[in-house]
Design a protein around this ligand. Structure first.
Ligand code: FAD
Length: 382
């Protein structure tokens, strides 16, 4: 199995130019890490999954996993750019040849940014089929009205994949019908029917609220068939979950290394704190959890790369990895005592950042529900 060591070494090397001071500064100012994202783009790391025919490296998902894991493991935050890896999959799998030729090479070269993906709405939450953002056909345009919430990186992207309802739910045979995916050119949309309002969150994630007031989107920007959008979005979720799970493994490994290093060095009562089993056992426990989660993440990625659709493995990987990262974060802060709370150690920042992954892009309960109904044949609760 290819572990992509050369890619890992390259990413680690790039990340060494963006140390803790860099991340602390952008976090404190809630700034987008533009220089970091540009460096990743320039080195081709955000286009590894784009096929060679469209200017990318055409590598399998495992390569993307290696990149995201290394960024987190170095102390950075791939949340600023990870979406480009999986959002382009919607365009690649369901876009027309003309759309792919128009956009993918420009995305691969870094000229166009496809970082935003808009599904969540204030009133529907996880119940995606109840979204209210409507797109009504008018000549050769769709007219879009509605609201989205927690849409990340919309202010730092040129394009956005947008899920809308094109046929009212009550007129559809199934609730999953009647949704469509539009590719919105944010450079034209902002100020012409789209307003973006930042939401300040506990970590630096550039997330926003979007207000659509009769935004006109050309019909040529419809991805795939009208009414099939729900399936296109679902289709990309395995890749998204496996990639995010890899980020969590990177976080967990960063926390564990940091905790172990500190426990070896810090002396209290005349000996290293790590000599106390009360300090070393929780670190060992977090390590064991992380290695177990990493094995499932690897398995899910391998299944995906072999052409399977590993829904259960992708969900299990995301749950186990996000919990392992959170456990490791907690142990790391405990091991550092008071210093874990001091900004200059980066632990409190990473602690805030890694907490997100038990909620977004999918919350733990929804993963449990998937496994209960798909793997254990238990009745659906919704
Ligand atoms: C920082 C951040 C960035 C985000 N970025 C994006 C983005 O770029 N694009 C995008 O589209 N969305 C984004 N999201 C939204 C994210 O995907 C949602 O917050 C997440 O899916 C949960 O939806 P919700 O917040 O509406 O919670 P709700 O659906 O309201 O759920 C609230 C809680 O109830 C639980 N729950 C709900 N229904 C059930 C049930 N039937 N059984 C058991 N438990 C249930 C959930 O698990 C959750 O814990 C982001 C969110 C955050 C916080």
């Amino acid at each position: 199995m290819d572990t992509y060591q050369d890619i890992r070494d390259g990413v680690a090397n790039l990340c060494s130019e963006f140390p803790g001071e860099y991340w602390r500064k952008v976090d404190a100012l809630r700034q987008y890490p533009t220089a970091f994202v540009q460096a990743l783009n320039e080195n081709g790391y955000l286009s590894v999954l784009i096929p060679e025919a469209y200017g990318g490296s055409g590598l399998p998902l495992s390569a993307g996993c290696a990149i995201l894991e290394e960024i987190q493991r170095s102390g950075g935050n791939a949340g600023a750019c990870h979406a480009q890896m999986y959002i382009m999959g919607t365009l690649l799998r369901h876009g027309s040849e003309a759309q792919k030729e128009q956009y993918l090479p420009a995305i691969a070269s870094g000229k166009l940014r496809l970082q935003a993906f808009a599904v969540t709405e204030p009133d529907s939450g996880t119940d995606t089929t109840r979204i209210k953002t409507r797109a009504v056909r008018d000549g050769n345009c769709y007219v879009v009205s509605g609201k989205k919430v927690f849409i990340s990186r919309a202010e730092h992207s040129d394009l956005m994949v947008l899920l809308v309802r094109t046929t009212p739910r009550e007129e559809c045979e199934k609730r999953t019908h009647g949704l469509s995916v539009l590719l919105v050119d944010l450079r034209e949309a902002v100020g012409n029917g789209l307003t973006i309002k930042p939401i300040r969150t506990m970590m630096n994630h550039s997330t926003t609220e979007l207000f659509f007031d009769e935004l006109r989107v050309p019909v040529a920007n419809l991805i795939g068939e009208e009414g099939r959008g729900f399936y296109y979005i679902i289709d990309g979720m395995n890749a998204e979950r496996i990639l995010i799970a890899s980020e969590c493994i990177g976080d967990a490994r960063w926390f564990i290394a940091k905790a172990a290093d500190y426990a070896r060095d810090r002396e209290v009562f005349g000996r290293p704190i790590g000599q106390n089993q009360g300090v070393q056992f929780p670190i060992a426990h977090a390590f064991i959890q992380t290695e177990a989660a990493a094995a499932i993440v690897e398995r899910a990625a391998q299944l995906f790369d072999s052409g399977k659709s590993p829904g259960s493995e992708a969900n299990m990987a995301k749950l186990l990895a996000s919990e392992a990262a959170w456990e490791a974060a907690n142990v790391c802060i405990q091991t550092h005592g008071g210093y874990g709370f001091a900004e200059e150690y980066d632990i409190e920042r990473k602690f805030r950042e890694t907490r997100l992954y038990q909620v977004a892009p999918i919350s733990t309960n929804l993963i449990l529900s998937y496994v209960a109904t798909h793997d254990l044949n238990l009745p659906r609760s919704f």
